[in-house]
Design a binder for this molecule. Sequence first.
Ligand code: MN
Length: 257
Amino acid sequence: MILVTNDDGVYSPGILILAKRLRELDSVVIVAPDRERSAAGHSMTLHRPLLIEQIKDAIYSVNGTPTDCVNIAVKGLLKELPRLVVSGINKGPNLGDDVTYSGTVAGAIEGLLLGIPSFAISLSAREDFRFAEAAEVALRTAEQVLEEGLPSGTLLNINVPNLPVSDIQGTLVTRLGKRIYHQMTVERVDPRGKKYYWIGGGEPDWEREEGTDLDAVDRKFVSITPLHLDMTDYASFERLKTLETMNYALHAHGNNE
Ligand code: MN
């Protein structure tokens, strides 16, 4: 059985097409948020009850985040452990630094944390979404992952260019690109004269670097970025060594005197 979730909500066309294609490989259960939860990140709902509603056979909605959905599905709802968790197909890309905000990627992160091979899949477009093409990519990836597995502790973040299959140049395994942050907040004034803000005005800019996910999608390739959750910066250990020379015992002693 394959577990499918997303962050665009259970009624998003992307998740339905994805589930339909994945049924060619195995049975599929959809457990997804009851409404759009894009940019929910890896948040989990702890301070109110989560309700599950069965919408159809093997389709459930949860009034929570993608993380909640995968967690509840695996730990409560499903009778067997899924062989695979697939999150998407997201309306819009999840590239570079944005993966930390992404509810789509978080769905796959939760799958990985629960010990299940997982991937997230997003369509790099803002309109006229070609879900059928992305679903084809998802199907082929799922087939391969079910057969070969994934490196332990690794999930895949897939971004698909919004093009007919015949125009897609191939697949590249990539690293995360870097976003250039500017003009991302819009300030307005409400009818009572109070200032308010919208986060996320305009399209973001990116550093053009070869080998990145953004560069691959830009060049009409499917981008597959292997992600792991160990965010430790091993390269900084040496440089930050001086932090270990701080002597707290002496400092506390000094305060007492
Ligand atoms: Mn979304």
